[in-house]
Write a protein that binds this ligand. Structure first.
Ligand code: ZN
Length: 801
């Protein structure tokens, strides 16, 4: 039987948690995309108009250099010209060592549209790439960015001209090597004076558009973004995380040039679609496109009227910013340390007052602080264990960063985090008392705020702001009468934690995927620590003996009676029987634990592989003409299912076929009738112990890439297709990967520190395994993995010239 007093406690807890849950949902919904809008006025962004472009652009796979890519290029140029904008198609060679381990180049055709300003202070470049990867229709990546910019140009032309020069750049060969963007930044006169660079990308199929990367010293540009865009979703922590990760987009060449400031926006949820054959217009979310476009148009207008030189100079600091109540809260980086220190003072002050009141002794507090590391980290451990278990049950997940439908699993991770915290709390609350545990948890947040301020300042707010608010609320709670007023005080204090951390959990699940669910789980764990004083009310009021301070020698100079009252969950309630108390103390953790299992089970039932949500399996074919031998190669983690008929043995073939990674599964294959690329000497001279030679490397079939390597000579100068190669950026041995080569091959000018015969390893790559001897296409519920080398057919031969 449930004592009346405890029932009323439970009702109060239920009410407080219901209100906080409502605020949480409200916060989460606020960062979701707005509803798609059709039939918009001509000066506004319409996702229906943009989607019409998506459908045209994504009709076929349009990898750089392909006929389909040329059609997309011409469609973009024709659409721009139809709006009356001056448009050119450039023809050049881009070069980059940003992606992969090989130095890469590409023949690129960027589409460049210019809108002259009325009184320009500088140039604003808005860009998106129009190429897709070799197996993908690129409806999202980056049909979304291209269509967003085409619709933005149209809307801008319907309004008054802007102050600054605007350049709309549609880059080629981003997927290959960021080469279109690199070529623009290094060669195009429009980029010579730098300016503001704004990139529009997609790394998934849905979810909010996040402004996730900035140039260094971002205070100026972030202020413009925060004031201008209608749906700002951005956090300064994402900028820090992205700086640590090694990913790159077209924004990188702009950022690295030092001449541009700017912002990078993308949507990232639904990453199962990313780079896969399923990146088509029927896997599309128009609300996401609406957000991309409405924000892009607002940024074009705001930066188009801003003072570019003052933005271009990097500000002395990065801003801290995060979404609050459908706006972006921004404060200067100079406040990061003061807020972190204030949080430390608030939590320290709370601990001191609690000690003075005799709520705990320092020995007990130190123990509680040490034990609070368990709920802080247990959720992250459980999240990784869950992913491991899911890959055991469903091995197809092994090569995915997120399942097709991760929603139920994400809910499962959050429920696991709650289970861990509530179990820990139920086990320790009687021994330590609620104040000790709550302040021990807050102390971790205050400490993390300081650590983050030192290491990743843009992320310090995530711990410092909740610690500051909850520390202050705790001080208020100790000043008001025990009972409901205290519950009200700590509940209000927890709101800051919800506002800051709940959207972070939501954004981190897709950012790193369930494969790295620990990240989102860690922020969820931090939030549960903030909520401990509210959770306390879910538990029956403790007994006087349980709560009396045992290490009273160390306790503060308070009266024992007052201390006992404070201990009982901030509520001097009646006593319950020990057995019933124990059983009821286990109830909250039990309820969320069962929920966690239920969510995970529903996830497993719902997210099964089928024709619309197929399992990714990667396969390539590699033919060595020197030995007349061929093999199947796969980057899959395990040879299971369809791919197991081709590969079985883990072997490093990156020496013979350098575009392939060094950790692959291989298996024997029949030799196909595929001619190797030829190497011919066009010019040759020797002087001063050096040989100067011009080679023509010519594919004998329809290919996407050509690679050559000079393994046995020191190359001192190299020019490929007329562009000088920065030797210092090319690793050993000297080799260059060339994407989208002309039909008659590439011309290579070399100077080598050698006079005798020269060994040249030449390789080319085409896309598509159909027709190869022994190849059977995948069943309907298996698809090619979304990667840059799926379905690649390599043919290599070594020459002596
Ligand atoms: Zn992309």
């Amino acid at each position: 039987m449930w004592p009346v007093k405890n029932l009323s406690r439970l009702l109060a807890a239920g009410l407080a948690l219901l209100v906080l849950a409502g605020i949480t949902v409200w916060r989460l919904v606020a960062v979701l995309p707005p509803a798609a809008k059709s039939n918009q006025p001509v000066s506004e962004f319409g996702s229906d108009r943009a989607f019409a472009h998506v459908q045209t652009i994504s009709r076929d796979v349009h990898v750089a250099g392909s006929d389909a890519a040329h059609q997309v290029r011409d469609y973009i140029a024709a659409t721009l010209k139809s709006t009356g904008v001056h448009t050119t198609i450039t023809d050049g060679v881009g070069a980059s060592d940003a992606l992969g381990s090989l130095f890469a180049m590409a023949r690129v055709n960027d589409v460049v549209a210019t809108l002259p300003g009325t009184e320009p202070t500088g140039t604003v470049v808005l860009f998106a790439h129009y190429d897709s990867v070799q197996i993908s229709h690129g409806a999202n990546d980056d049909g979304a960015g291209v269509s967003t910019l085409l619709e933005t140009v149209r809307a801008l032309k319907a309004g008054p001209a802007l102050r600054n020069n605007l350049v709309f750049l549609f880059t080629d060969a981003e997927e290959a090597c960021l080469c279109g963007a690199e070529q623009f930044v290094s060669q195009n006169p429009l980029a010579a004076d730098g300016g503001v660079a704004l990139n529009f990308e997609a790394r998934g199929a849905n979810g909010p558009v996040i402004m996730f990367e900035t140039a260094a010293g971002n205070a100026g540009v972030v202020d413009v973004y925060a004031d201008a865009v209608p749906y700002p979703v951005a956090t300064s922590f994402a900028v820090e995380v992205y700086r640590i990760m090694t990913n790159d987009t077209d924004f990188s060449p702009f950022r690295d040039s030092g001449r541009f400031t700017g912002l990078n926006s993308a949507y990232i949820d639904g990453s199962a679609v990313y780079h896969s054959p399923q990146d088509r217009s029927d896997y599309y979310h128009l609300d996401t496109l609406q957000q991309h476009g409405a924000n892009a148009l607002a940024m074009a207008r705001a930066f188009g009227n801003a003072d570019v030189p003052s933005l271009q100079r990097p500000a002395g600091q990065d801003d801290t910013y995060f979404p609050v109540f459908s706006a972006l809260w921004v404060y200067p980086g100079a406040l990061v340390w003061p807020i972190a220190v204030l949080a430390l003072l608030a939590v320290g002050g709370l601990a001191f007052v609690a000690w003075r009141r005799g709520l705990f002794g320092w020995g007990r507090f130190a123990a509680a602080f040490g034990l609070a590391v368990i709920p802080l980290l247990a959720g992250a451990v459980l999240a990784q264990l869950l992913w491991w278990l899911l890959t055991v049950i469903r091995p197809g997940y092994l090569d995915m960063m997120d399942p097709w439908r991760p929603g139920w699993y994400r809910a499962g991770v959050v429920a696991l985090v709650l289970t861990a915290t509530l179990t820990w709390y139920a086990m320790l609350r009687k021994r330590f008392g609620p104040w000790t545990l709550a302040i021990g948890g807050l102390a971790w947040l205050a400490l993390l705020g300081v650590v983050f301020a030192a290491v990743v300042p843009g992320g310090s707010y995530l711990a410092a702001v909740p610690a500051l608010a909850s520390g202050a609320a705790g001080l208020v709670a100790l000043a008001v009468p025990a009972g409901r007023p205290r519950l009200a005080a700590v509940s209000v204090g927890a709101i800051a934690g919800i506002v800051v951390l709940a959207p972070t959990v939501l954004l981190f699940f897709p950012a790193l995927g369930l494969a790295t669910g620990a990240a989102a789980a860690l922020f969820a764990s931090m939030l549960t620590l903030v909520l401990l004083p509210v959770f306390e009310w879910l538990f029956p009021a403790g007994t006087r003996e349980d709560c009396a301070i045992k290490d009273s020698a160390l306790a503060g100079p308070a009266r024992v009676a007052e201390a006992a009252g404070d201990h009982e969950g901030m509520d001097p309630g009646r006593r319950a029987t020990p057995v019933g108390t124990r059983r009821r103390a286990a109830a909250p953790a039990l309820v969320v634990g069962v929920l966690a299992l239920a969510f995970i089970a529903v996830g497993l039932i719902i997210d099964q592989f089928d024709a619309r949500h197929p399992e990714p399996q990667q396969l390539m074919y590699a033919l060595d003409a020197d030995t007349s031998s061929a093999q199947w190669v796969s980057t899959d983690s395990k040879a299971t299912g369809w791919v197991a008929q081709y590969v079985s043995e883990r072997r490093d073939v990156s020496g013979e076929f350098p575009v392939v990674g060094d950790n692959t599964l291989t298996g024997p294959a029949s030799v196909a009738n595929l001619p190797a690329p030829t190497v011919t000497v066009v010019a040759d001279s020797t002087a001063d112990g050096r040989r100067t030679v011009t080679l023509k490397i010519t594919p004998q079939r329809d290919v996407r890439l050509v690679y050559f390597q000079v393994p046995d000579a020191q190359v001192t100068t190299a020019t490929v297709e007329g562009r000088k190669v920065p030797i210092e950026n090319v690793g050993e041995p000297f080799g260059v990967l060339f994407h989208a080569p002309p039909d008659d091959g590439i011309t290579v000018d070399l100077v080598v520190a050698k006079t005798g015969p020269l060994t040249v390893r030449a390789m080319d790559g085409s896309d598509g395994l159909d027709g190869l001897p022994g190849f059977t296409p995948r069943p309907a519920d298996v698809t090619a993995e979304g990667s840059h080398d799926s379905e690649l057919v390599l043919v290599a031969k070594t020459y002596s010239v």
